[in-house]
Structures are given as structure tokens and as C-alpha cells.
Design a protein around this ligand. Structure first.
Ligand SMILES: [Zn+2]
Length: 394
């Protein structure tokens, strides 16, 4: 279980298949985010119809509401949300550091205040393993300290050291739970690599994590938190040379279409981002020829083309921009659903196309052409880019 088979490569880009207890995930793959146990506005059959194989859910949110023990009692997250494909849960660390209120970071864990009612809670490496076991995702993430974007070297180094100590405790608890419930192999534990934009810290941390043993996959954290794109690409290149080839690499919280292609080119396999559904709620869609467009603008008033003429999603097959714009402007729920379906399909399909191109040896040429076209249109109507994954609270 949790085997990762690489089928073809082109440069650092890889096409492979990740096997989980709930099915196979062809990579590169984009994972829609189901923050609260639902990909906002879509039923699981619609998510599957987009071609998505694996979805993500947020430990922090589900721990606070409805509570992991209730989810366990109701059969675990797969049964609870009626999704029988693979699921990945994050550790809650990112939300605690970015979303929760006043907090205290101690060596034993993090004390935080719920964003729902202000109640005080503590996450420790052990408790986060327990919560993720109760939720029952296929892939669970280690509890890490994500130093904020722009953090200085000392802060980043301290966060790395703490993340490493917490990782050892996560694994000890993970193995202990496996012995207790006798279900070894039901879940895979991925460590989270930190180190901000400091190449030597990134290298050091990747070494130290690798030195702790063989991991079934790696989470790359601490990126898309406000650093420059150049920093992000350079860090990915550093990690590409440090990480074992035959394990999936999950770039956490990335990304936008262009970012996804750049990261695939640098050896990343799995992606997640709340932008497709969050942008949909703002009436913002991605298109192949025109980049990111705001569907509210007047020029779409009588535009009879689909959102993206090159797209094969339900929304593009059925409706024109004039109608979708009307729904967006009128604040109709269907607008959010249609644009969510389109944006999610756009990213899922982009990852699928990357996979096909890698297999055919034409990824690099295709990527350059695609990015050139997309970027030359970027800015043409594009609204401010919303950054990073704070877990989409509302
Ligand atoms: Zn579409």
C-alpha cells in the first residue's frame, strides 16, 4: 500500500501513480479542497465527474466542528461525507498558525483559540495524530510549525528544529495507534518540509527528515505564504535534488494554474488550493486564452461563448458567459456552483494534461507555450490574486 510508481519523466517532471487504500491517484494531480468535509457547493459525484481522484479535508475545522470523535462514530470521514476515493487531511498546523486567535507555541504543542467561539484548545503532535486517525483519511500530515512568510533566518531555523522534534513524536504516536487498533497500513504519514526561503535550511531539514527513515511521501510546506515566485521555484529546485525520487511530493497550498505547471516542472506531484472555489465565490474564472477573468465585467453582458471555449466541463458545455455573468451579478447560488465546477475542472485537467505531455515527452514545450499564452493575457481584467490556504473559513 502507498506505493508510488513513476511511469515517465521529462527533466524533473514526473508522471506516476500513487496507490492508496481507496484507489489509485495518477499524478501530477490536483486535489480539490473539502475544508469542512465538503468541496463547497458540489456533491461527491460532481467532484468525481471533474476527474478528481483525491480530495483534501482540514483537520482544524473538523476537529472544532462537528468533532473528530463524532466523525469516527459515524464511520469515519469517507462514510460521513460519502466520498469513497482517497482523502488527505492536513495536520491543522497551518490553520492554527494562520487562522486561530491568540496562541502560545510551546515545545509540547500549540495553544489556540477557536475562530468559532473563542474556546481554548491545544494541539500536540500526538493529539493531531489521534484526530487524524479518528477522521480516517488515507494520507495524514505531520504536525509542523510553519514560520510565516518573511520570517527571519533565526525564526525559520527554530521552526525547523521544532518541526523535527514534533515529527519524531508524530511518528511514535502514529506507530503506537497502528499497534493499538491493529490496522497497520490503513494510513500513510507524510512529514512536512519547512525552512522558508533559505536554501541551506531547506537542505538541512530535508536531510534530517530523510535521516529519520523511509517516508511514504513528503509534504512541502512553508511556500505560497507571501514569498516571491523566484524564491518558491528555487526552493523547489533545491528540494528536487534532495528528496528521494520514488516518493510522491505534495506541494501544500499551491496553486494557481501557472504555479502548478512551474511546480510540476520542478518535480512536484500533488497539489491543493482553495482558490478554485474561493475565486468562484467572487465570480473569477480561469481561461486558457484570457488568463484569469472577472465574470462581472460589462464586456461579458452579451458574450455567447462559454467561460472557456477550450474547456470540457459541465458549465462550459451548457452555458454562455452572458448567462453566467447574469447569475454572478444577481448573486445567484448557481453562479458559484457553475464557476466552481469550471475552475476545479480547469486545474484537474491542467494536471492531467501535464501527465499526458510528460508521458509523450512534450511537457516542456507545451508548458512554455501554455504559460506564455496564459501570462500574456494575465492582468487583462484579472482581480487581485488571493494567496495561500488559510482553509477557507467562510
Ligand atoms: Zn469549464
Amino acid at each position: 500500500m502507498f506505493d508510488y510508481r513513476i511511469e515517465s519523466t521529462e527533466g524533473s517532471a514526473r508522471a506516476g501513480t500513487f496507490t492508496t487504500p481507496h484507489g489509485e491517484v495518477p499524478t501530477p494531480a490536483f486535489m480539490p479542497v473539502g475544508t469542512q468535509g465538503t468541496v463547497k457547493g458540489l456533491i461527491p459525484e460532481e467532484v468525481a465527474a471533474l476527474g478528481a481522484r483525491m480530495v483534501l479535508a482540514n483537520t482544524y475545522h473538523l476537529y472544532l466542528r462537528p468533532g473528530h470523535e463524532l466523525v469516527r462514530t459515524l464511520g469515519g470521514l469517507h462514510a460521513f461525507m460519502r466520498w469513497d476515493g482517497p482523502i488527505l487531511t492536513d495536520s491543522g498546523g497551518f490553520q492554527v498558525f494562520s487562522l486561530a486567535g491568540i496562541r502560545e507555541v510551546r515545545d509540547d504543542g500549540v495553544v489556540f483559540k477557536s475562530h468559532l467561539d473563542g474556546s481554548a484548545h491545544t494541539f500536540t503532535p500526538e493529539s493531531v495524530m489521534d484526530v487524524q486517525r479518528a477522521l480516517g483519511a488515507d494520507v495524514v500530515m505531520a504536525f509542523d510549525e510553519c514560520a510565516p512568510g518573511g520570517a527571519g533566518r533565526t525564526h525559520a531555523q527554530e521552526a525547523n528544529e521544532r518541526t523535527l522534534r514534533w515529527l519524531a513524536r508524530c511518528r511514535a504516536r502514529f506507530l503506537e495507534i497502528e499497534r493499538e487498533d491493529g490496522a497497520a497500513g490503513a494510513q500513510a504519514l507524510f512529514p512536512v518540509l519547512q525552512g522558508n526561503v533559505f536554501d541551506d535550511l531547506r537542505r538541512e531539514h530535508a536531510h534530517a527528515v530523510g535521516g529519520m527513515g523511509d517516508w511514504p511521501g513528503y509534504g512541502i510546506g512553508g511556500l505560497s505564504v507571501g514569498e516571491s515566485k523566484d524564491d518558491m521555484w528555487r526552493v523547489l529546485e533545491v528540494l528536487d535534488s534532495e528528496l528521494p525520487v520514488g516518493r510522491p511530493r505534495y506541494l501544500m497550498g499551491v496553486g494557481y494554474p501557472g504555479d502548478l505547471l512551474e511546480a510540476v516542472a520542478r518535480g512536484c506531484d500533488l497539489f491543493d488550493c482553495v482558490a478554485p472555489t474561493r475565486n468562484a465565490r467572487h465570480g473569477t474564472a480561469w481561461t486558457t486564452e484570457e488568463g484569469q477573468v472577472n465574470l462581472k465585467v460589462a464586456r461579458f453582458r452579451d458574450d455567447t461563448r462559454p467561460i472557456d471555449p477550450g474547456c470540457d466541463c459541465y458549465a462550459c458545455a451548457r452555458y454562455d458567459r452572458a448567462y453566467v455573468r447574469h447569475l454572478v451579478v444577481a448573486g445567484e447560488w448557481l453562479a458559484v456552483r457553475l464557476v466552481s465546477i469550471h475552475n476545479l475542472r480547469f486545474l484537474v485537467r491542467l494536471a492531467q494534461e501535464a501527465r499526458t505531455r510528460i508521458a509523450g515527452g512534450t511537457f516542456e514545450t507545451w508548458r512554455n507555450d501554455w504559460l506564455e499564452r496564459y501570462r500574456s493575457a494575465e492582468g487583462y481584467d484579472s482581480t487581485a490574486t488571493l494567496h495561500a490556504n488559510e482553509g477557507e473559513p467562510r
